[in-house]
Write a protein that binds this ligand. Structure first.
Ligand code: CA
Ligand code: CA
Length: 310
């Protein structure tokens, strides 16, 4: 028996035992497999649940982000619209400013033009006023001279001697003459005569010319004639035009750089010369005054006071 036991005669029980063990093992394996599958399924379900949850959260976040982005986009669009509106307003303001600038420039130009016109008018008025004042002064001076001459004639007609001249002046007819010597330009000779209370000589007759010829000692001498204001229009110091004249042949010729001041040559004939030339002689004149020391017959003075009146 023991030999059979140990020689394998009892193969069937051994097989039953193995089969039972195998069944148990199979059951265990099956259980284990089931548990494993169950665990795996549970894991899969858990993973699926977690994944779905995550996806849902992601979806919610995406929706939230999309909403936020949409809101931001709307805000940006609103800002852009507002900026466009402001840009349009700024552009309109800029255009208005440019138009205002153009208007201001135009007004400024017009004002500047008006100012220039006013300044020109003012200069013209001033010039006209000065000319009128000068003309009035010349007229007054002329009138005073005529009155003085008339007064002298009246006095002379009453037997009064009107031949009084300052010292070193020579008397001829109704005037006194001073024959100055020394190098001078025409304008310097003119001012020197003024300082002597006279003026450069005016010559109105051949007799006067002859008298002057006798006393200039053949020296070239400045006389009062000039055409400084208007070329070719010669006038005497009292403003009177040329009546009597004694021009040299071919004169006046306004030669060289311009000749506007008249001199008497040694021959006595006249020549227009350059005013800044220096001559060694000039002739001044003034009206002679009357000697009123003798009583007058029936004349009452009403004119200007004669010089040398006692
Ligand atoms: Ca001239
Ligand atoms: Ca000349």
């Amino acid at each position: 028996m023991e030999e059979n036991e140990y020689s394998g005669y009892w193969e069937p029980p051994r097989r039953r035992c193995c089969c039972a063990r195998r069944g148990t093992q199979l059951v265990l394996v099956g259980l284990l497999t089931t548990v494993m599958w169950a665990g795996l399924l549970a894991l899969l379900l858990l993973w699926h649940w977690e994944t779905e949850k995550s996806l849902k959260q992601l979806g919610d976040a995406a929706i939230q982000n999309a909403l936020q982005m949409s809101q931001n986009l709307e805000e940006l669009q609103a800002e852009q619209k507002q900026m466009k509106s402001q840009d349009s307003q700024l552009s309109q303001n800029l255009n208005e400013l440019q138009e205002d600038l153009i208007n201001v420039k135009s007004q400024n130009s017009e004002l500047s033009q008006n100012l220039n016109t006013l300044q020109e008018d003012l200069v013209n008025v001033k010039s006209q006023g000065l000319n009128e004042k000068r003309a009035a002064s010349d007229s007054l001076e002329k009138l005073q001279e005529e009155v003085a001459k008339l007064w002298i004639e009246i006095l002379m007609s009453k037997g009064t001697a009107c031949n009084v001249c300052p010292k070193d002046w020579l008397h001829f007819q109704q005037k006194c003459y001073y024959f100055g010597e020394g190098s001078k330009q025409w304008i310097q000779a003119k001012f020197t005569c003024s300082d002597l209370e006279g003026r450069l000589v005016s010559i109105h007759s051949q007799k006067e010319q002859d008298f002057l010829m006798q006393h200039i000692n053949k020296k070239e001498s400045w006389i009062g004639l000039q055409d400084l204001n208007m070329e070719g229009e010669f006038v005497w110091p009292d403003g009177s035009p040329v009546g009597y004249s004694n021009w040299s042949p071919g004169e006046p010729n306004n030669g060289g750089q311009g000749e506007d001041c008249v001199m008497m040559r040694g021959s006595g004939q006249w020549n227009d010369a350059f005013c800044r030339s220096y001559l060694d002689a000039w002739v001044c004149e003034q009206l002679a005054t009357c000697d009123l020391s003798a009583p007058l017959a029936s004349v009452t003075p009403t004119g200007p006071t004669p010089k040398n009146e006692p």
